[in-house]
Design a protein around this ligand. Structure first.
Ligand code: C2E
Ligand code: MG
Ligand code: MG
Ligand code: MG
Length: 288
């Protein structure tokens, strides 16, 4: 009986594993054509200057919408496009799309807007990132400082020397560099000091509990203070409510991003969001 049960369990897992492998193969077989078929989209999430309350930047976030399989978030397909070796091409397309969109916005009512683009470790390690970036900012006439590239700390762990060469080359171009999900990986404080880092993005897991967990609150305070001592600006990521915003505002955090302001939006919706956000708020006067 136990043996039978064991076998059933085993078969269950085998079936599940097979199903997963089949599903993954199916997804991959569609992913390889996704770029050519125009199935990728770039969404944009506002990043707000906490002091002035103005829109400062937009983070470009990749989306995949397959007519056959439906819609996917990056965590579901970026690891796959890394595995099948398409991240370089897709990454180039994201950089190009984000720069083209930024140029449009800067011409149409958002002259000071910046854009930030996520870069995977594979992109850093392959020659050509610097050329791709240089080409895109030149093609669309974007001042280099209006483009920021986001990398995660874990992505720097291997080949630190090689990576830092690329980062310094990007720095010489004049584009900004952000450390994403800061505080989660192996936070090597040396990076803050030794690399040309302009911005630190505090991971949303800290922001989520910043008003309820004393130790997360301390971590957030310490990151902001340390970054500022080193001349690095700070973005609080995943701000979902007023209390979280108040907390980081009181600690002098520079910028905030999260659902409290807006979810990531397609470019046309972002433009509409911005108009509404920038409009002087109509006040309801009592007795009028
Ligand atoms: P990330 O760069 O840390 O991006 C922030 C993520 O947090 C986004 O998830 C965003 O939708 C989500 N988020 C923003 N505000 C809130 C909030 O208030 N609450 C919560 N719970 N979540 C919030 P998304 O778009 O699913 O992207 C996930 C990750 O995928 C990104 O994390 C980034 O690491 C990666 N990614 C996205 N686009 C690209 C890309 O073009 N290239 C590469 N290499 N990676 C990308
Ligand atoms: Mg990011
Ligand atoms: Mg710099
Ligand atoms: Mg992040």
């Amino acid at each position: 009986r136990a043996k039978e049960q064991g076998r059933d369990t085993f078969q269950f897992y085998t079936r599940e594993l097979n199903e997963r492998a089949t599903e993954r193969m199916q997804i991959e077989s569609h992913l390889v054509h996704a770029l050519d078929r125009g199935e990728f989209l770039v969404y944009y999430q506002p990043i707000v200057d906490i002091r002035t309350g103005a829109l400062a930047e937009a983070e470009a976030l990749l989306r995949w919408s397959s007519p056959e399989l439906g819609r996917f978030l990056p965590d579901q397909f970026i690891p796959l496009i890394e595995d099948i070796g398409l991240i370089i091409q897709v990454g180039q397309w994201v950089i190009d799309s984000a720069c083209r969109q930024l140029a449009r916005w800067r011409r149409n009512g958002m002259p000071n807007l910046g854009v930030t683009v996520n870069i995977s470790s594979r992109q850093l390690r392959v020659n050509g990132l610097v050329d791709t970036v240089a080409h895109a900012i030149q093609r669309y006439g974007i001042p280099p400082h209006a483009l920021e590239l986001e990398i995660t700390e874990s992505c720097l762990m291997t080949d630190v020397d090689e990576n830092s060469e690329v980062l310094y080359a990007l720095d010489r171009l004049g584009v900004n560099l952000a450390l994403d999900d800061f505080g989660t990986g192996y936070s090597c404080l040396r990076y803050l000091k030794d690399l040309p880092v302009d911005t630190v993005k505090i991971d949303k897991s800290f922001i989520a509990t910043v008003t309820t967990d004393a130790s997360d609150a301390s971590v957030v305070e310490a990151i902001i203070a340390l970054a500022h001592r080193l001349g690095i600006r700070v973005i609080g990521e995943g701000v979902e409510n007023e209390d979280q915003l108040d907390f980081i505002r009181q600690r002098d955090c520079d910028l905030a991003q999260g659902h409290y302001f807006s979810e990531p939006l397609p470019s046309d919706k972002f433009s509409l969001w911005q108009l509404d956000f920038a409009a002087p708020k109509r006040r309801v006067l009592s007795g009028v």
